[in-house]
Design a protein around this ligand. Structure first.
Ligand SMILES: Cc1cc2nc3c(=O)[nH]c(=O)nc-3n(C[C@H](O)[C@H](O)[C@H](O)COP(=O)(O)OP(=O)(O)OC[C@H]3O[C@@H](n4cnc5c(N)ncnc54)[C@H](O)[C@@H]3O)c2cc1C
Length: 280
């Protein structure tokens, strides 16, 4: 099966997510839309579930081996500049994106510097930081839906906090970027990265904020108000630096993280909604 696509069978899934957690699984790396379509067809013909993998920075894999086939778009990594916008393919990571913006003195996305995401994953999640979200700058999104490539204009897409209604696989998107000067872009990127370093526990593997903000509730503040920083189950710990993060401090297992999530919900007495996506 999957003879005509780059693949890793029995891949150690710890290497495919920023939490560094998981059993084994099959990861496929189509090179283009033709291979992607063929891969999906093969999954469907063999009644196999599939899941699109970005940079794995918002995922929790199970400890056991995963039956679901992971389709990585890391080979979709081209960037093309048009007049006042840039097309980024879904697999471009935010480090390459920001490097491109710096080299071309383009402003608008400096807030995303240091985000360990792929562009496709950021669009899917409507990720954001420091009062910006990626949808603030989207022009159009290119999607593979029902075996057809379609362009969705910004107005055709509904997006809310850490959520969009895009169905199908995001192939790429056009982002509106403005001309600036290199030094200003560089200073802004540095500034936002410093903000990240000073508040987030970047020295341990994690998947970022575990829970979504809900109305006025900021999970990190709520969890901290119950003095839960540093609580540990197995190798997973509520970060001592940022109570909204669970960090992998010592070979954490998926079940440790799940137990800690349940523990937090019980303690705070509010049914917080997970921002991370938990695969079974
Ligand atoms: C240290 C750290 C800091 C973080 N800081 C922030 C932050 O400031 N703001 C923020 O919003 N998030 C943050 N995150 C969370 C994470 O980076 C974002 O949720 C990001 O958008 C996930 O992108 P990804 O490429 O890693 O996607 P993945 O984690 O691989 O996948 C997330 C979801 O997107 C889907 N997906 C991925 N690519 C595609 C595609 N091409 N088409 C369709 N669906 C796709 C996946 O199927 C999955 O459902 C942080 C995470 C870490 C580890």
């Amino acid at each position: 099966m999957f003879e005509n696509v780059e693949k890793i069978e029995k891949a150690n899934l710890k290497n495919f997510n920023t939490f560094k957690i998981g059993g084994k699984g099959t990861v496929l790396f189509p090179k283009n839309v033709f291979e992607l379509k063929r891969t999906i067809k093969e999954c469907k013909n063999n009644k196999l579930k599939y899941f699109v993998l970005g940079n794995g920075s918002n995922l929790l894999f199970p400890d056991y081996d995963l039956d679901t086939i992971l389709i990585s778009l890391k080979n979709f990594n081209k960037i093309s500049k048009k007049e006042n916008f840039v097309y980024f393919e879904a697999g471009v990571n935010m480090f390459s994106l920001n490097k491109f913006c710096l080299e071309n003195s383009l402003t608008n996305l400096e807030w995303s510097f240091g985000l360990p995401a792929s562009f496709g994953g950021l669009v899917y999640m409507n990720g954001g930081a420091y009062e910006h979200t990626i949808f603030d700058y989207i022009r159009r999104v290119k999607v593979l839906n029902d075996n057809k490539v379609v362009w969705l204009k910004k107005n055709d897409i509904q997006f809310t906090y850490r959520k969009s209604n895009i169905s199908g696989i995001i192939l790429g998107g056009e982002i509106i970027l403005n001309k600036s000067d290199k030094k200003t872009v560089e200073n802004k990127q540095k500034y936002y990265f410093e903000c990240r370093k000073s508040t987030q526990p970047l020295n341990y593997p994690s998947a970022g904020s575990i829970f979504k903000r809900k109305n006025d509730i900021i999970p990190a503040k709520l969890i901290d108000s119950f003095n839960l920083k540093g609580v540990r189950i197995g190798g997973a710990e509520i970060s001592k630096k940022h109570a909204g993060f669970i960090v992998n401090v010592d070979n954490a297992k998926s079940i440790d993280v799940r137990a800690l999530i349940d523990y937090i919900k019980n303690k705070v007495g509010i049914d917080l909604e997970e921002e991370i996506i938990i695969l079974n």
